[in-house]
Write a protein that binds this ligand. Structure first.
Ligand code: HEM
Length: 131
């Protein structure tokens, strides 16, 4: 089950990264980018949900103290990043529907910031799981 959770989170990473960078390269928010943000959010939410189920079952303990601290960092920043991604997705839908040129062209600044924050739980989770 942990493998399934890690695959889901990694699919979220792929979808978010593709969406955020395709948007930045295009220089303008398009419906396709918002579809990728939505797919990333779905993978992110289901992966996070699976991980918290596994943690509740309590069958796995981190081998080292550092690993344990990193797992807490992952859980806390991960939940913050998930909420930010949900807000980012909803805001992207609003910007698309409102269809104001200036907003469509500058949305990628917000996207990159939210994406960078999201990478923190991903990498602390990965390193923490390895320690
Ligand atoms: C954005 C990325 C991630 C999020 C939001 C996230 C979220 C979570 C959450 C909420 C928990 C439950 C912690 C608890 O309640 O104590 C957890 C546990 C865990 N995660 Fe992640 N995680 C992410 C990335 C990763 C990655 C990349 C790996 C490994 C490659 C990973 C491996 C684990 C492991 C091994 C556990 C512990 C399960 C257990 O206690 O048996 N996570 N994660």
């Amino acid at each position: 089950m942990l493998v399934a959770a890690i695959i889901l989170i990694s699919l979220a990473l792929v979808a978010y990264t593709a969406g955020v960078w395709a948007e930045r390269i295009a220089g303008r928010l398009r419906p396709f980018h918002v579809v990728l943000f939505g797919a990333g959010l779905a993978f992110d939410a289901s992966g996070t949900w699976l991980m918290s189920l596994i943690a509740q079952a309590g069958t796995h303990d981190s081998a080292t103290a550092t690993g344990g601290v990193l797992m807490n960092v992952m859980a806390v920043t991960g939940l913050i990043a998930l909420v930010l991604m949900a807000v980012h997705f909803l805001w992207a839908v609003v910007v698309l529907v409102r269809n104001r040129d200036a907003e469509l062209r500058t949305f990628h600044r917000l996207s990159v910031i939210v994406w960078a924050i999201w990478l923190i739980p991903y990498f602390t989770g990965m390193i923490g799981a390895m320690l």
